[in-house]
Design a protein around this ligand. Structure first.
Ligand code: SF4
Length: 452
C-alpha cells in the first residue's frame, strides 16, 4: 500500500511530473552513487514528454537543482533564480551541494525532442564520468506522475516509496474499500487512518494532515494577494488577486457568489504553481488547485466545518487518489488531463462528501461522478506552460467536485456506474488517446492558440 502522504507531497511548481519528479530523480542519481570523489562530469538527458514540454514545465531548472542536492519540499522558492543564474554564469555545478565540477547547461543537459525511452513517456538518463571520460555510473529514471519517480529496474513494480508496507485494510479497488467499511463498521477515512498507523503514530498523522492543510491554505492566501504576470512567453496576468478584491468589495448575497470564491481559490493556487511557488501535489501540480479550493470552501462556507471534517476530507481524498494510482495513472503524459484534473475532481468530490458527513457509498458515488464527467479530457498546455488551460480548468474542476458532492448527498449511494468501472474507463480512454494530447503540446489548444 501507498501512504496518503506519498500522494500529498509538499513541493514547488509548476509540475509534479516535470519539475518535482525530475528534481528527485537527479538528486537520487547522485545519492545512489555514494562516493562522488571521482565524478568530474555529469550529463542529463530528457526524453519524450519531458523534452517536449520540459522548458515550459521548468524540467531543466529542476534537474540542475536536484543535482545540486535540492529537494522539492525543502528548497526555498525565493532562492532558485539566484542559484540557477550562478550555475549558468560560472558553468559549475556543486554535486549535491558539495564539490564543484564543470557543467554547462547548454551542452550537458540535453533535450531529446524526437526520442522517447520505450518504457514510459517521461524518461531521463543520467551519466556520471571521471576526468578521462570513463563512465562511472549511468541510470535511467522515469517520472510516472504526481512526483513519483522510478529507476528503470523499478518500473514494473511501480512503487518508489520507502513508505510501502502491509496495512490492516489493504485495498486495490473501491469495492474492497467499501467491503472493509461494511465488515468493520468504519468510515473510509477511519480505515485510512488505521492504515497510516503502519508508518506513524496518531499524533504524527494529525500533525501531517494539519501541515498539508496549512500549506494549501497559505498557498491560497499568497495567490489571492499576488501581483503581476506569470513567468513565460504567454505573459498571462494573475487573475486571482483582482477577482478576490472584487469579491471582497461587492459583498454579494447571491448564492452564485460562492462560485466566485471557489474560482478565486483555485486560480490562486494554480497561479502560485505556475510561478514556481510552494504547493501541495494533489495528486499532481497541474491539478493542485482543486483539492485546496474545495477544502477552503468547506472550511469557510460549510456550517459546522471543523478540524475533524478537514481530516475526513484529506484522508478520503488520499484514498481515492491511491485507487487511481494503483489502477490507472495520475500522469498527464499517460492519461491526458483526465488523469490530473479528472482525478483531483474525483478526490475533492469524495473528500467533501466525507467531510459533510456522507456515507461510504455516497463518497464512492461522488468520486465516481467527479471522474465520469472528466473522461476524455486531453492535456494540451499552450506553449508547454502549466497555465492555459490548466488554471481555469482547475476552477472548473473544483466547481464540478462540489456539484458531484451535492448530487451524491441527495442520493442514498445507489448508482449505476461504479468508481471502479469509471477508473477502468479512464485507463482505457487514456491508452486509446493519441499521444499528441498527452503532455506533448502537439495537439489541441497548444496548436490552435497563437502564443503571443
Ligand atoms: S492540461 Fe491538465 S494535464 Fe496538461 S499540464 Fe495542464 S493541468 Fe496538467
Amino acid at each position: 500500500m501507498i501512504s496518503i502522504f506519498d500522494i500529498f507531497k509538499i513541493g514547488i511548481g509548476p509540475s509534479s511530473s516535470h519539475t518535482v519528479g525530475p528534481m528527485r530523480a537527479a538528486r537520487r542519481f547522485l545519492a545512489d552513487i555514494g562516493n562522488l570523489d571521482d565524478v568530474m562530469r555529469v550529463e542529463a538527458g530528457l526524453f519524450g514528454s519531458l523534452a517536449l514540454t520540459g522548458r515550459g514545465h521548468c524540467t531543466d531548472r529542476a534537474v540542475l537543482l536536484g543535482l545540486e542536492g535540492e529537494e522539492p519540499d525543502q528548497v526555498d522558492p525565493e532562492s532558485i533564480d539566484a542559484k540557477l543564474e550562478r550555475i549558468a554564469g560560472d558553468r559549475e555545478l556543486h554535486l549535491l551541494g558539495g564539490r564543484p565540477i564543470r557543467f554547462d547547461p547548454e551542452t550537458d543537459l540535453v533535450f531529446h525532442y524526437t526520442d522517447s525511452l520505450p518504457q514510459h513517456p517521461n524518461g531521463m538518463r543520467f551519466r556520471a564520468m571521471a576526468e578521462d571520460g570513463t563512465v562511472l555510473a549511468e541510470q535511467e529514471f522515469f517520472s510516472v506522475g504526481g512526483g513519483f519517480v522510478l529507476r528503470g529496474d523499478e518500473l514494473g513494480a511501480d512503487v518508489d516509496s520507502s513508505a510501502t508496507a502491509d496495512v490492516p485494510f489493504p485495498f486495490d479497488s473501491a469495492a474492497a474499500l467499501l467491503r472493509h467499511g461494511e465488515e468493520s463498521g468504519l468510515r473510509i477515512d477511519q480505515l485510512v487512518w488505521r492504515n497510516e498507523r503502519t508508518w506513524r503514530n496518531d499524533e504524527e498523522i494529525g500533525e501531517r494532515l494539519r501541515l498539508i492543510q496549512g500549506v494549501m491554505h497559505q498557498c491560497v492566501h499568497r495567490g489571492l494577494h499576488g501581483s503581476g504576470t506569470l513567468p513565460g512567453k504567454l505573459a498571462v496576468p494573475r487573475r486571482a488577486p483582482q477577482l478576490w478584491a472584487d469579491i471582497s468589495a461587492e459583498a454579494t448575497s447571491l448564492p452564485v457568489g460562492i462560485l466566485d470564491r471557489v474560482n478565486a481559490y483555485a486560480f490562486a493556487v494554480n497561479e502560485e504553481n505556475a510561478a514556481g511557488g510552494r504547493v501541495v501535489t494533489a495528486p499532481t501540480n497541474g491539478a493542485a488547485g482543486i483539492v485546496p479550493a474545495v477544502l477552503e470552501f468547506y472550511m469557510d462556507s460549510v456550517d459546522k466545518a471543523d478540524e475533524a471534517g478537514m481530516f475526513r476530507f484529506l484522508l478520503t481524498a488520499g484514498a481515492i487518489a491511491i485507487l487511481y494510482k494503483k489502477n490507472a495513472s495520475i500522469s498527464g503524459a499517460e492519461m491526458g488531463c483526465q488523469g490530473e484534473v479528472g482525478v483531483a475532481c474525483s478526490m475533492a468530490a469524495g473528500g467533501l462528501t466525507a467531510a459533510m458527513g456522507g456515507s461510504n457509498a455516497q463518497v464512492e458515488n461522488a468520486a465516481e461522478i467527479g471522474m465520469e464527467h472528466n473522461l476524455g479530457l486531453t492535456c494540451d498546455p499552450v506553449g508547454g506552460l502549466v497555465q492555459i488551460p490548466c488554471i481555469e480548468r482547475n476552477a472548473m474542476g473544483a466547481v464540478k467536485a462540489i456539484n458531484a458532492t451535492r448530487m451524491a448527498l441527495r442520493g442514498d449511494g445507489h448508482h449505476k456506474v461504479s468508481l471502479d468501472q469509471v477508473i477502468a474507463t479512464m485507463r482505457q480512454t487514456g491508452r486509446d488517446m493519441s499521444s499528441i494530447y498527452k503532455e506533448t503540446s502537439q495537439g489541441g489548444l497548444a496548436v490552435n492558440v497563437i502564443e503571443c
